[in-house]
Design a protein around this ligand. Structure first.
Ligand SMILES: Nc1ncnc2c1ncn2[C@@H]1O[C@H](COP(=O)(O)OP(=O)(O)O)[C@@H](O)[C@H]1O
Ligand SMILES: [Mg+2]
Length: 263
C-alpha cells in the first residue's frame, strides 16, 4: 500500500517524510479579536515537495498571502506549525528566523523590490552580500544566463523594463540556492508577454535546477505553469489539482467561488 503524505490523516507523517521542502500542519492564523476578529487560516495542512512548482489560488481575501507569509516565516501562526526542511520555525528565536529566511528562502514580490541605486548584479547578490557569503560563481552564472540577464548586469533598475526587473528579482531569489522560493503574485505587475517569460523562468528553475517554487496567483494562465494547484477558500484548503491547464483551473475556480460566475 502506498501512503499519500498529503492526505489529511497522514499529516503527522510529514515531519518524517523526506523530499518535503516545507510543510504546514494545522496552521491557523487569527487577526484581531472580538467583533473584528478574522480567521485568515483555519487548520490548514499542506506540504511542498522538493523540485515541485505549486500555485496557490482562491478568491481575494481567502488567505493566500497569509499562508505564504506564515510558511515563509514572515508571520507567526496563531496555532499550528511550519517547517522548512526539518527545521520547525516555532523553535527559532528572531535572530535564527531572520537567518533562516535569508539563507534558505527566496522571495519574489509583485512589486519587484529592487534597490534603485544598485546594479542588476549587485541586486542579485545583495542577500549573499548581507549574509557575508561568497556567491557560488558557477551557480550564479547558470541563474543569470537562464533569466537572460548576462548583457544587463551593469544596468540599474530604472534602465530596465518591468519584465527585466522581475527577472532580476527571480535571479536574486535563486542566487542563494534556497530550499524554497515563495512568490506572491510575481506576475501581477507585468503584461502577459513579460509575465509568460517570468513564469517560464520559474518553471525552468524547477525543471532544470531542481528548485522548489510556491506561487500565489489569481491568474489561471499563470497557474497552468505549475505542477500542482492548491485552492483555498475562506482560510481552508478547498481542493487540489495536478498537471493543471488554464481551462481546468478556471472551471474549478468557478465551481469554488460562485461570485466568479458571470451568468
Ligand atoms: N494584518 C492584517 N490584519 C487584519 N486582517 C488581516 C491582515 N492581513 C490579512 N487580513 C485578513 O485576513 C484575510 C486573508 O487575507 P489575505 O491572506 O491577504 O488574503 P488573499 O491574499 O487571499 O487575498 C482577509 O480577510 C484579510 O482582510
Ligand atoms: Mg494576497
Amino acid at each position: 500500500m502506498t501512503v499519500d503524505p498529503f492526505a489529511p490523516h497522514a499529516l503527522h507523517a510529514l515531519h518524517t517524510t523526506p523530499g518535503i521542502a516545507a510543510a504546514a500542519t494545522d496552521l491557523t492564523k487569527v487577526y484581531g479579536s472580538g467583533d473584528t476578529q478574522v480567521v485568515a487560516l483555519d487548520r490548514v495542512g499542506i506540504g511542498f515537495r522538493e523540485g515541485e512548482f505549486t500555485a496557490i489560488m482562491g478568491p481575494s481575501g481567502c488567505g493566500k498571502s497569509t499562508l505564504m507569509h506564515c510558511a515563509a516565516g514572515l508571520e507567526s501562526p496563531s496555532s499550528g506549525s511550519v517547517r522548512i526542511g526539518t527545521t520547525e520555525l516555532g523553535t527559532l528565536d528572531d535572530r535564527q528566523l531572520t537567518q533562516l529566511r535569508r539563507d534558505r528562502i527566496g522571495f519574489i514580490f509583485q512589486a519587484f523590490n529592487l534597490l534603485p541605486t544598485l546594479t542588476a548584479l549587485e541586486n542579485i547578490t545583495l542577500p549573499l552580500t548581507i549574509a557575508g557569503r561568497r556567491p557560488d560563481q558557477q551557480w550564479l552564472d547558470r541563474v543569470i544566463s537562464m533569466v537572460g540577464l548576462s548583457q544587463r548586469l551593469d544596468h540599474r533598475p530604472a534602465q530596465l523594463s518591468g519584465g527585466q526587473q522581475q527577472r532580476v528579482a527571480v535571479a536574486r531569489a535563486l542566487a542563494s540556492r534556497p530550499a524554497i522560493i515563495f512568490g506572491d503574485e510575481p506576475t501581477g505587475n507585468l503584461d502577459s508577454r513579460a509575465g509568460a517569460e517570468v513564469l517560464g523562468f520559474l518553471r525552468d528553475s524547477v525543471r532544470e535546477l531542481g528548485q522548489t517554487v510556491v506561487m500565489v496567483t489569481h491568474d489561471p494562465v499563470a497557474a497552468g505553469y505549475a505542477d500542482r494547484v492548491v485552492f483555498l477558500s475562506d482560510g481552508r484548503l478547498a481542493d487540489e489539482m495536478t498537471r493543471p491547464t488554464p481551462d481546468r483551473v478556471l472551471d474549478r475556480m468557478k465551481a469554488l467561488d460562485p461570485r466568479s460566475r458571470t451568468s
